[in-house]
Design a protein around this ligand. Structure first.
Ligand code: HAM
Length: 421
């Protein structure tokens, strides 16, 4: 094996380091706040699972499964895959733990890394971070609206505004097969290149999403699923839109929407941001009424979303919105000399036990260097402890905002600082 003198992160995998990492954490946690307010409980899932779960759950014909999975054999020659998305794993866990036999809907949320072997570019990574929710077991348009409103509120709570919600219905078992045939009939009547014709055979809906102007023009009059919904799918969709109107969630219909995962039925949606270039989808989701049965569970319906944390961080930057405070302690300790260092280490422990965040100067810095470190730390207060202070049992407390410095009895410093803003 050749030795490398230095390492870098794997291709297409972003690192988040301070101070930017504070923004990442604020986005990840902020996006799920709205879910907490709607009663979604946390689920923590394996990063890798049986390959078959994703092949069956996400769909063999999707790009995600056919081209993008990180699949390998473990030491017992079992085929495992780094999770490319969250929904299939949630279903597996719900079935395995019998959550579907309790109170319905089962409402769950999750956050973490997912893996897709895509060609890396801005906003498209091989390790991507998502937060998601799934609401399983009740086929109620009000639940669709709740899920969508929770995602919308998550983005808005961060201060993001330059996005739109696109929504459509992909129909159900009673109308989709006929529509698919009708669309294929239309597409086969066009003068399509071989590659596009092949796509029309495998997944005709994807041809409607083709961005090339000549294909756009040819498919202008193509039949759309929204115009061919069954009575019950149409009724469901109309009620979802009615609830969204009631909630004040704005949306635009996009009857040509195509999602990259096979399990969607009925309500399907995407959040699109205009400041991101090609990778503009900051979140997406929808109903997946056949998925649980497909994975060996009961025939229960479900709906959920996945929001891209990485892309939301980029979208906020594109809008010039800052979120999250970089890690910063309230108090910074400057001990001058060995004995003072020993006392300061103990004092830092006491202050932290009292809930006050403290950092110290480490190493041999000298007074000037230590005060510079205090300044740079951004702490509100600096504690300065020298040999003479130790003899007198006092400590210097400097307010870094005003520059005022006072001597406080050492025995009182924890209570003094506890009472301060
Ligand atoms: P998805 O649309 O494949 O849905 O992914 C959701 C979001 O993850 C996307 O909108 C995008 O923001 C982000 N994302 C996806 N791939 C990448 C990538 N390579 N780099 C950066 N960000 C990416 C799902 O995964 C479904 N499981 C969502 C869902 C839950 N549907 C129902 N329940």
């Amino acid at each position: 094996m050749t030795k490398t003198s230095s390492f870098s992160a794997p291709k297409g995998v972003p690192d988040y380091v301070p101070p930017g990492s504070a923004e990442f954490v604020a986005v990840r946690d902020g996006l799920l706040n709205a879910a907490r307010l709607a009663g979604y409980g946390h689920i923590e899932l394996p990063i890798f699972e049986d390959t078959e779960l994703f092949a069956r759950g996400v769909g063999e014909s999707t790009d995600v499964v056919s081209k993008e999975m990180f699949t390998f054999s473990d030491r017992s020659e079992r085929s495992v895959t780094l999770r490319p998305e969250g929904t299939a794993g949630v279903m597996r866990a719900v079935i395995e733990h019998g959550l579907d036999r309790g109170q319905l809907p089962v409402k769950l949320s999750y956050a973490g890394p997912f893996f897709r072997y895509e060609r890396p570019q801005k906003g498209r990574y091989r390790q991507l971070q998502q937060v998601g929710v799934e609401a399983i077991g009740v086929d109620d348009p009000a639940l669709d609206a709740e899920v969508i409103a929770v995602a919308d509120a998550g983005f808005r709570s961060l201060g993001l505004t330059g996005f739109r919600l696109e929504i459509t219905s992909l129909g159900d078992d009673t109308c989709r097969p006929q529509y698919r045939e009708r669309l294929q009939e239309f597409l086969f009547g066009l003068d399509l290149d071989a590659e596009t014709r092949r796509r029309a055979e495998i997944n005709p809906l994807r041809v409607l999403d083709d961005k090339r102007p000549e294909i756009r023009e040819m498919t202008d009059d193509a039949p759309l699923m929204l115009d061919h919904l069954s009575e019950s799918a149409k009724n469901h969709f109309d009620r979802v839109l009615g609830h969204l109107d009631g909630l004040g969630v704005r949306y635009v219909l996009n009857p040509r929407m195509v999602r990259g995962l096979d399990y969607y039925t009925k309500t399907t949606f995407e959040f699109v941001h205009d400041g991101l270039g090609a990778q503009s989808g900051i979140g997406g989701g929808g109903r997946y009424d056949g998925l649980m049965a497909e994975l060996g569970g009961q025939a229960l319906s479900g709906i959920g979303f996945g929001l891209g944390v990485d892309r939301t961080v980029l979208a906020l930057a594109a809008e010039g919105v800052g979120v999250g405070d970089p890690a910063r302690c309230e108090v910074f300790g400057v001990p001058l000399g060995d004995a003072a260092k020993q006392r300061m280490v103990v004092l830092a422990g006491e202050l932290r036990a009292a809930g006050i965040s403290v950092d110290l100067v480490y190493g041999e810095r000298g007074v000037k260097g230590a005060m510079k470190a205090a300044d740079r730390s951004g702490a509100r207060y600096t504690l300065i402890l020298g040999d003479r202070d130790l003899t007198e049992q006092t400590i210097g407390l400097k307010d870094m905002r005003t520059g005022d410095q006072r001597q406080i009895p050492l025995a009182e410093i924890v209570t003094t600082l506890s009472g301060r803003p």
